[in-house]
Design a protein around this ligand. Structure first.
Ligand code: 8YV
Length: 324
């Protein structure tokens, strides 16, 4: 029987489906595995159910020659050296689609929380600072009718565009590696613009681009300087897409109004400059964390692992492989 590693303790009823096909090391103590521990635990394993946090790089692959499948419970796969996996004939899978709407909900919520100062005002209330109503207390920019800017117009970007255009009457502008089909643009009411225009015109800018060397620090000091001082920035993409130090400084100086961040460079550590400013809403990478969606992601990762290792009804045809 082939053996697999479930890198973090996931829903036991879903992980149990693996036991029909494999010997399962399900990391019951739910330890976050260091690279050395990951390599040690992967010895003799044909596959891994990864969570997006484990770095599966050339060093890990070289040390784990029996590995045949790397199945991420995440739509992003920047934790995996896909080219190195494919060069060794290792199948890589991710979990697209099942998290799109939930993640878009959260991105929108984070944008609204930043604009309407929900976390900042709640913290103030808890500190006992609400002594009287005042006309300008915690005022912020409107969301409805404001221009929604989206950087990265994949599935999640489009789901955010739909929310903004249809629910909140927002003109939508976007920038993406490739332009959408005119029919899709029309259905979303979204206008393609270049990046400088996006930065200049967005009232609320939401980042949904995958992380890669090319998207590293896509938003840094120079880009923040081009944004409106009344604008908000929301990052539900990946830490590293934004230069967190530059953003902390821009928020401190009031160069933009506010930010909503679910992802951070070096998470779970958060840049101290971000922790020190009030005009940012910080959440611990939970954009996909609805109960139903996390279960759907785990289930798809399990289906991928079973099929990638030649078992089950879809043997050899995992539902959502990462293309080469
Ligand atoms: C996950 C994510 O929660 O899907 C992704 O790319 O960032 C999140 O939905 C995280 O990667 C852990 O699986």
């Amino acid at each position: 029987m082939q053996a697999v590693l479930v890198a973090r303790a996931a829903f036991s009823d879903i992980v149990d489906r693996l036991r029909a096909h494999f010997e399962v090391d399900d990391n019951p103590e739910d330890r976050v595995l260091s690279k050395a521990e990951l390599i040690a635990r992967l010895q003799g394993k044909a596959g891994i159910f990864a969570t997006g946090s484990e770095r599966i790089d050339a060093e890990v692959l070289a040390a784990c020659p029996q590995l045949r499948a790397v199945c991420n419970m995440a739509v992003g796969y920047n934790n995996i050296d896909v080219a190195a996996c494919h060069a060794r004939g290792i199948v890589v899978t991710n979990t697209p689609d099942v998290l799109t709407e939930t993640t878009a909900d959260f991105g929108f919520a984070l944008m609204m929380a930043a604009a309407r100062r929900i976390a900042e005002s709640e913290h103030s209330l808890r500190r006992g600072e609400w002594t009287k109503w005042s006309f300008d207390q915690f005022t912020g920019p409107d969301v409805h009718g404001a221009t929604l800017g989206i950087l990265g117009m994949g599935r999640i970007g489009q789901a955010i565009a739909r929310r903004g255009a249809l629910g909140f009457g927002m003109p939508v502008i976007y920038h993406n590696r490739s332009r959408l089909e005119p029919a899709i643009e029309q259905a979303l009411g979204a206008r393609y613009v270049d990046k400088p225009t996006l930065l200049r015109e967005a009232d609320h800018l939401v980042l949904v681009v995958p992380y890669s060397a090319a998207s590293h620090h896509t938003i840094g000091a120079a880009e923040l300087a081009q944004m409106k001082p009344t604008a908000t920035l929301t990052n539900i993409a990946r830490g590293g897409v934004v230069d967190d130090a530059a953003l902390a400084e821009a928020l401190k100086q009031g160069r933009i109004a506010a930010a909503g961040l679910d992802v951070f460079e070096g998470e779970p550590k958060v840049h101290p400059g971000l922790l020190a400013v009030p005009n940012v809403v910080l959440t611990p990478h939970i954009a996909s964390a609805s109960i139903a969606t996390r279960r759907a992601m785990a289930s798809l990762a399990v289906d991928n692992l079973i099929a990638s290792l030649g078992c089950g009804p879809n043997a050899g045809r995992p539902p959502t492989p990462v293309p080469g």
